[in-house]
Design a protein around this ligand. Sequence first.
Ligand code: APR
Length: 283
Amino acid sequence: MGDRQIFPVQTNKTLTDNLATPLLPRYIKRSKTILSARTMPESFSPEKNASFVVLTGAGISQESGLETFRDPDGIWSKVRIEDVATPEAFARNPDAVHSFYNMRRARHKLATANPNAAHVALARLETEWPGEVTIVTQNVDSLHEAGGSQNLIHMHGVHSMARCTGCQHIVDWEGDMTTAHVCHVCGEPGGLRPHVVWFGEMPLELDRIQAALMDCDVFVSIGTSGNVYPAAGFVSIVQKTCRAHTVELNLEPTLGAANFDEGHYGPATEVVPAFVTRILGTL
Ligand code: APR
């Protein structure tokens, strides 16, 4: 596993285990289509009612002005995960954690005005493709919504909400969050935290994600380095279970590029619209 981060180990294991057996009959039923897709990826043409799951990461928002995490000048080159993105960090120094997320929330609010051509192309795919299109994003920005996507799962939460660590109430949030804020439901002082998933915590909506993965014909991974689980394991899950056709769209091939049936590399604003146009052109 090298220096890969696990996010979190238990969740990855549970998701894989749960998905391991039930899809065998479906996989056999589909094997003919799958074989042609695998031998001729460039000519891959999904069935008209094919379901897509599109996993996105920080790279899709980079051209809207947001930093990625692991590129050379990315966020994790400037701050340490252990200082700002774990429950332990929040318990130890809530002011430092709030300050980091207040800065990011402000940046994301500005960027929300600028969904880029990749976000817009995915919304177009959802509108025009006859089958189901589910976007599972690791991003906590709201650029997919701004681009017009509706069938969207924020597996790592969102910057635009706060959660009470006491009663778990979730509330829309704008502007800075501090330890002076009080939950208006339970009155717990200092308990509000960003509604984002930190390292060591359970990602959100895993049941819905699992259902979408189990039912997908095409899995597309966009702008994610594949360092954080369980998202990094989705490609092998769909290959082992429903045998979906798998596609990587990224600035450059990731370490896991060989796991995908096809890959297209360049800025998201170019490769994503081109991919969507190609898929819609098969209709
Ligand atoms: N177009 C396409 N891809 C890009 C672009 C671009 N303009 N710019 C960068 N990329 C690619 C990078 O090459 C890299 O592979 O996007 C990827 C970004 O990877 P990361 O920075 O690791 O971001 P991500 O994979 O989303 O991180 C996952 O890590 O810290 C956590 O919770 C955080 O959700 C995040 C998770």
